[in-house]
Ligand binder design. Structure first.
Ligand code: SF4
Ligand code: SF4
Length: 311
């Protein structure tokens, strides 16, 4: 399946993922793989044995079309994200004092609330299959944004509602439970650790074993469209979003370590008026201030604090 300009799923060709042979052709061709697509591919590949134990690919690559394929490195990268999601879900359950069996409903929103095949998400572990029911709500943030654009008074209702919400927050970054689950997830997705070994390590960490048998959660889809009424002109990709920000890099020696360290290629050091500045592209910078650039700087020239908006 591929998404057309109106974000509607359309049938494309059928391909043999091992030989690359087109079994049934179609005029509609994909140009890339969505996150939803990755979940589907992983699920089918795990069910059919093309992935024996993540990230091991029996035939080296999963072929999806011209220049479209999935490698073991891709599985590792996807697994790091899927593993983080699962580790966070499990951490929330444990830190709330619950057991896996206590989970009644699992709610999926965003793209997961519409496009993602919940059965496949359960199969690969990005959605717990030990809950009794999975409810897919569609893209709630887009739906809310749309409601507010159509009727500004809705914003007051939302602000009032937000005022009534009280919650405890669990910081995954500092949670020992999350660290234990996530180290198991990393070993599972990137090093080929089996599920039995996974559970063995959970017992060492004093955490309950995950059920090894597939769950029987039912799926309820409450939204048929992911994005309601896109507009009459379809969807366009906005090329330039975000802003450029700059910070004076006092004492910078132009070693360029910060640029090499940045995983997003978001920082560059520029010179102007005999001064050096760290320039951050907020379209690329993770926005969560990972600050790897700050930490690597040998002379503490940058802080990511005293920033100016450039344009
Ligand atoms: S905070 Fe992280 S993503 Fe942003 S510029 Fe620094 S290293 Fe790159
Ligand atoms: S790491 Fe520090 S000294 Fe090196 S280029 Fe970046 S800001 Fe300058």
């Amino acid at each position: 399946m591929v998404l057309d300009a109106d974000m509607e799923p359309q049938k494309s060709y059928i391909i043999d993922p091992v030989s690359g042979e087109i079994i049934k052709d179609s005029d509609i061709k994909p140009v890339g793989i969505t996150g939803t697509g990755v979940i589907s591919v992983l699920s089918v590949a795990m069910k059919t044995g093309i992935i024996e134990n993540p990230p091991k690919l029996k035939y080296g690559k999963i072929l999806l079309g011209d220049d479209l394929f999935i490698t073991e490195d891709d599985i590792k990268e996807a697994g790091k994200a899927i593993g983080a999601i699962r580790a966070a879900q499990l951490t929330l359950i444990i830190e709330s004092g619950l057991h896996y069996d206590d989970l009644e409903n699992m709610y999926m929103t965003g793209a997961s609330g519409g496009y993602v095949d919940a059965e496949k998400a359960m199969h690969i572990g990005s959605c717990p299959d030990f809950s009794k029911k999975v409810v897919q709500f569609g893209n709630t943030s887009l739906a809310l944004a749309r409601e507010i654009l159509l009727d500004e008074s809705k914003l007051d209702e939302v602000i009032k509602l937000a005022g009534h919400i009280t919650a405890d927050h669990l910081m995954m970054a500092t949670s020992g439970t999350f660290k234990d689950f996530y180290s198991c997830e990393l070993s599972y997705w990137t090093e080929g650790m089996t599920k039995d070994q996974y559970n063995h390590f959970l017992s060492i960490y004093g955490l309950p074993a995950l059920p090894l048998e597939p769950g029987t959660a039912s799926v309820e889809k409450r939204s048929s469209e992911n994005i309601k009424n896109i507009s009459t002109s379809g969807v366009e990709i906005v090329e330039n979003v975000g802003i450029t920000i700059e910070e004076l890099a006092v004492g910078c020696t132009l070693c360029h370590k910060c640029e090499k360290e940045c995983p997003e290629n978001a920082i560059s050091i520029v010179e102007r008026d005999d001064k050096r500045f760290a320039r951050y592209d907020t379209q690329k910078c993770l926005g969560t201030a990972c600050k790897r650039c700050v930490r690597i700087c040998p002379v503490n020239a940058i802080t990511y604090e005293d920033i100016q908006i450039l344009d």
